[in-house]
Design a protein around this ligand. Structure first.
Ligand code: COA
Length: 321
């Protein structure tokens, strides 16, 4: 039986940091409101030259160093991003050229929003399991600061920029045990960016993220609870078998509810929300890379990754690291 396994991770965060106190000067908000309602204290903001591709390249190069593989060994590149540099060529193709990887399939997942990384890692896993490819570069990279309305306090305080990369390699020992993807278009209006191509925009706000936060909060807690049950059941495992939760970083209260659902103390949850905010499809690989680099996540640990976002779309992966 063939598995895919995490063989390297990397990340990149822009230098510029925007604190809640900085935001107090931009919109009608307070540090205490943001911390209490979300758990976020600061976020990184890309400089003008930093695009999803530039940040993806830095994260990818780090992951390649850890995995000790050369560009020609990479069999597929998937970039999950809601904020691509161009509609096409894809961020993944631009990256392929920068990394001098000839010929391998390369594409973006643009529309699965904050669930993008879960979809991307699941697709890469399927290709490796079937033996079609040996190694895949899976990246989440986002410049959310360019699609938030900086006059809307209910959304602009939430998001940040950054990139995280995971290199998957073929293995005969268990790595990714299972992935689970879902979507439900009936919730399409809860979180959206309605910018249409080829259609004149009616209102300027179509350029920016729109969200009904409280509704999304409730949906996320219910959806993710069911997703955990499904993921554990598929592997005949118990909550107590999970060593680490690596969640999408949207709100500390959602993360706390999910840790409780798994009976995990918060020390066993990879959390970057406080310093990074919600970096959409980059948040899971960023949290994973941080916990691996600082030695909290160790080889052999059982990881449960989960993400959800606009669509709604959501997904999980159970991984023996
Ligand atoms: C966005 C979120 C933090 C808002 O928290 P909430 O407790 O639901 O707050 P509400 O939206 O009900 O707003 C409560 C009040 O705070 C106000 N408010 C909103 N943003 C504010 C801010 N930044 N500062 C101060 N007040 C703010 C609202 O205007 C509202 O005021 P009102 O009662 O006078 O109308 C929370 O709903 C959330 O995190 N939801 C999930 C979002 C998510 O997961 N997004 C990512 C998906 S990938």
């Amino acid at each position: 039986m063939k598995y895919s396994k995490i063989i390297g991770t990397g990340s990149y965060l822009p230098d510029k940091v925007l604190t809640n106190f900085d935001l107090e000067k931009i919109v009608d908000t307070t540090n205490s409101w943001i911390v209490e309602r979300t758990g976020i204290r600061q976020r990184h903001i890309a400089a003008e030259y930093e695009t999803a591709m530039i940040m993806a390249e830095k994260a990818a190069r780090e992951a390649m160093v850890v995995a000790d593989i050369t560009p020609d060994e990479i069999g597929m590149i998937i970039v999950a991003t809601t904020t691509p540099e161009k509609m096409f060529p894809s961020t993944a193709c631009l990256l392929q050229q920068r990394l001098e990887i000839a010929g391998c399939p390369a594409f973006d997942l643009n529309s699965t929003a904050c669930a993008g990384f879960m979809y991307a890692i699941s697709i890469a896993d399927q290709f490796i399991r079937t033996g079609a490819i040996k190694n895949a570069l899976v990246i989440g990279s986002e410049v959310m600061s360019r699609i938030v309305n900086w006059t809307d306090r209910s959304t602009c305080v939430l998001f940040g920029d950054g990139a995280g990369a995971v290199l998957l390699g073929a293995s005969h020992k268990p790595g990714i045990l299972s992935t689970h993807l879902h979507a439900d278009g009936t919730h399409k209006d809860v979180l959206s960016l309605n910018h249409s191509i080829g259609k004149p925009m009616d209102v300027e706000e179509e350029l920016f993220i729109k969200m009904t936060g409280s509704q999304l909060f409730k949906l996320a807690v219910n959806i993710l609870g069911d997703l955990f049950d499904e993921t554990l059941k598929a592997n005949s495992l118990q909550k107590s078998d999970v060593d680490w939760l690596v969640p999408h970083q949207a709100n500390i209260r959602i993360i706390q509810a999910m840790a409780k659902k798994l009976d995990l103390p918060l020390e066993r949850v990879a959390i970057t929300l406080e310093e990074q905010g919600n970096t959409s499809s980059a948040s899971i690989p960023l949290a994973l890379d941080k916990a691996i680099r600082d030695g909290r996540i160790q080889r052999g640990d059982m990881l449960l990754l989960e993400g959800f976002g606009g669509g709604l779309a959501w997904g999980s992966a159970l991984i023996k690291y």
